[in-house]
Design a protein around this ligand. Sequence first.
Ligand SMILES: [Zn+2]
Length: 550
Amino acid sequence: MTKRHQAKHKIDRRMGQNVWGRPKSPVNRREYGPGQHGQRRKGKLSDYGVQLRAKQKLRGYYGNITERQFRGIYEEAIQMKGDSGAHLIALLERRLDATVYRAKLVPTIFGAASPSAHVTEDAFERIVKVMIDGIRDAGPLDAVYLDLHGAMVSEHFDDGEGEILRRVRQVIGDRLPLVVSLDLHANVTPDMVHRADALIAYRTYPHVDMADTGRAAARHLALLLREGQHFEKAFRQLPFLIPLSWQCTSDFPTKGIYQELAAMENAAVPTLSFCPGFPAADFADCGPSVFACGRTQRDAQAAVDRLARLIESHERDFDGRIYAPDEGVQLAMQLSRTAQKPIIIADTQDNPGAGGDSDTTGMLRALVRNNATRAAIGAIYDPASAKAAHDAGVGATVTLALGGKSGIPGDAPFEATFRIEKLSDGKFVAPGPYFGGRDMDMGPSAALRIGDISVVVSSHKAQLADQAMFRYVGIEPTEQAILVNKSSVHFRADFEPIAEKLLICAAPGAMPADPALLPWTKLRSGVRLKPNGPAFTSLHPSKPHSTAIG
Ligand SMILES: [Zn+2]
């Protein structure tokens, strides 16, 4: 750690600025340097003076580095190709990173599951116990970093992550820095904001910025640890739910909102996040939110308010066309006549990444009913059918009651005779940007064929978000006219480059594309169940609920 040559309040006064954003800085009261009397200056600073001040500020901001150290970094920056100013900042930032990377990490526990209903009390208690015990037994800590999702509802806690943070604070006290990264689908609660020093969320859907989010969390930790900087927090919940399909950050309006968000971050507001939320968790705080850390309360609040206003101004734009199964398949068949690349249909309501069963048959029926050709659908989760295919062997024909075993209203097993094209043990690598080279295990799997339609059948569930999830059973996705993917948005990371056009279809499934169709009971009053949709009326109006904290 660099030696501190001067007390922070002295540096603040010399610079005439609250460099660290501390609430106790003397310049909060007197915004002028020592020896000056009142706000009036003796004329403007010279160019040299402006540059000197900028340099001194950088030196202070990045750890009170010495003149010699700064000169070394400057020399390095001007040797590099490109914008020397940007290089200088990057090198200074790396010093902050080093603070964290030099830190000794004490891991506690990692756990993940496909989204489904409530986390059981048993699972929650056992997993959180390992985490809390790990933190307690780690010895003296400088900070705690947690990588949480943010939309957990357990059998016994509506705000799962809020409860985790409450228990962590019980162990570490109020003063130890606690920084948390979150998924873009986090349903952030006032309690979560209150307990963490900073919450920092992904900015991409399909999620491809997990590492960037970790880096942002590390950077913020460095500001807290190395700089001893203090930040105020601001938080706002938005008054309408955003359907998953229109949260995609490749499309209007979400793309532009995140561009604006990135442009709004600066030294005064080092982190700003927007979570569109997971619009299927039935509890009071479900829905989109915006939150920030700022040097001052006013900085943080202004950024949050401005971003919230921007999002609210786009309420009507979080909308688009969703087709009925036959309608979508017929349109895809028509488009495919002149298309160079596959037409891809998102079977969004059966997306296992959002709580779907990955076994509904509505889209397969529509493909068969309309005699679609060169079509493939994946992946239908049905261990019994996969086993039957493995028992019969490649080239055989089998009559199956395929999928449809989850009891979804309007869905049923699809009884038909299929030819077995290829078998697999389900183990392969998914190299696309969403899974990012992860080892996959779909369990015993098969490619079945009916007419000119191929069906991927698996024994484990996973969202169809990588081209390899067709290839592992011998189906080449780029050679199909129509692909049906059991996914809402994540598939787009790997499939958009090979798609002529994307369509969204709503076949019967567990995750309605329209959140207004869910049987809400606990949402806070007044939240619109979809953009410009009907407002929810609380069944328990006596309990007041705050939607913003300072
Ligand atoms: Zn997510």
